[in-house]
Design a protein around this ligand. Structure first.
Ligand SMILES: O=c1ccn([C@@H]2O[C@H](COP(=O)(O)OP(=O)(O)O[C@H]3O[C@H](CO)[C@@H](O)[C@H](O)[C@H]3O)[C@@H](O)[C@H]2O)c(=O)[nH]1
Ligand SMILES: [Mn+2]
Length: 375
């Protein structure tokens, strides 16, 4: 373990996580200090080079705009300097968690995925995120996945229904071959090759199933019509009629995978996580409070259906890129000494839906590789 560590634990047991000082604090301080010095120099330059009164009004306005931007950036840097100055790292001990808790002793986890607009957030992307969280390395009997669809879209419901079937193949594939990331869209987009012990035939079979699903979804998204095939006889589809719009619809709650039903197993015969579709009621005259409103409704609905101790929330465009995230979070929540003081664990976001050549620097590599590593 690097540097000095302030740890959790308790009752003579080793802690489930440690808070460590990273080794290269001086390098980080130098990095933070040079940027701060640069900011001071810019402010000094601005203070000593105020455009003369007589200069063009465009020059004045541009100068003022730059000054405001630089002041804001500088202020932001100063506010966040505190964490850069005294950086810490958190390390979890998932092996100790597994030693201390059998699968049936682990707490239930309710996972909330939010979506709001099938045009901006394509259903294929939404279900890839749902599949990534269904495939967490966690006992499926303890997992309950809720998709909140603020648009109340039949196409999104159809997509989730398709995902509930695809999951029967995808989850065992991920678990048997330790696939990462577990979002099929991200996995196949990265030009994945067969994993250890996964025969090329098995890999190609999965890829083919995924392609079939994508083709089916594309044609439904394109036509906007749900196919009239026996698979779509789920009673949930009867909730929709011509009067329903994204901004004006009644509430819909449908349990698509229910552990109490015998068919809720994957192709290997293992249990599947519970899967729930939810669209809260929306009316044009009533404020819906965006994502916060949907989380509120999710808490109410999940408290009746599964009421788990732990809640995990992801946006529909933020798939899970680490199948052990739940176990990581539990190391904080279940630590005997410090767990009681921890109510919230946040993971950093990584972006990979970037434009060609990443002109906008969206993957925020510096933040992830330098700043966040040490927070
Ligand atoms: O009426 C709404 C509007 C949005 N959302 C969902 O809220 C999430 C975030 O919305 P988005 O438009 O994608 O915002 P971003 O700027 O991409 O998200 C960042 O900023 C949001 C708040 O500003 C945070 O809630 C997000 O977690 C964070 O990733 C998405 O899953 C949406 O589907 C709803 O559920 N209902
Ligand atoms: Mn988003």
């Amino acid at each position: 373990m690097a540097g000095s560590s302030v740890s959790g634990g308790g009752g003579g047991r080793p802690p489930l996580f440690a808070t460590e000082k990273p080794k290269r604090v001086l390098a980080y301080r130098l990095y933070a200090g040079t940027i701060f010095a640069g900011i001071l120099l810019i402010w000094f330059y601005r203070a000593t080079h105020i455009p003369a009164r007589g200069s063009s009004s465009l020059g004045w306005r541009a100068g003022l705009g730059l000054l405001v931007a630089e002041l804001w950036f500088g202020l932001y840097w100063v506010l966040t300097l505190s964490v850069r100055w005294n950086p810490v790292r958190r390390a979890t001990f998932k092996d100790r968690l597994s030693e201390r808790y059998d699968d049936d002793q682990l707490p239930g986890v309710d996972i909330f995925v939010c979506t709001a607009d099938p045009a901006l957030e394509p259903p294929m992307l939404v279900i890839s995120t749902v599949l990534s969280v269904m495939a967490y390395d966690y006992p499926p009997e303890k997992l309950n996945i809720y998709l909140s669809d603020d648009a109340g879209s039949a196409v999104t419901f159809y997509a989730l229904h398709e995902a509930s079937e695809f999951a029967k193949h995808w989850i065992p594939f991920c678990k048997n071959y330790k696939v990462e990331p577990r979002s099929p869209a991200a996995y196949f987009a990265k030009g994945a090759t067969p994993h250890d012990a996964c025969s090329p035939q098995e890999f190609l079979r999965m890829k083919e199933l995924y392609k079939d699903l994508t083709d089916r979804m594309n044609s439904v998204v394109h036509s906007g019509k749900i196919p009239e095939v026996p698979e779509c006889n789920h009673r949930g589809f009867s909730e929709w009629n011509e009067t329903i719009t994204s901004g004006d619809h009644p509430s819909v709650v449908q349990i698509l995978i229910d552990r109490n039903k015998r068919k809720a197993v994957d192709v290997d015969g293992n249990a599947l996580p519970k899967l729930v579709y939810m669209a809260r009621e929306k009316r044009p005259q009533e404020q819906h409070h965006f994502k916060a409103g949907s989380l509120n409704a999710l808490i109410r609905v999940s408290s009746v259906i599964s009421n788990s101790l732990v809640i995990l929330n992801v946006d529909c465009d933020m798939y899970s890129n680490n199948s052990e995230s739940i176990r990581d979070a539990l190391c904080f929540f279940l630590d005997e000494e410090q767990g009681q003081d921890i109510g919230f664990v946040q993971y950093p976001q990584n972006f990979d839906n970037v434009v060609h050549n990443d002109s906008y620097g969206n993957p925020i590599n510096v933040v992830n590789e330098v700043n966040r590593k040490i927070i």
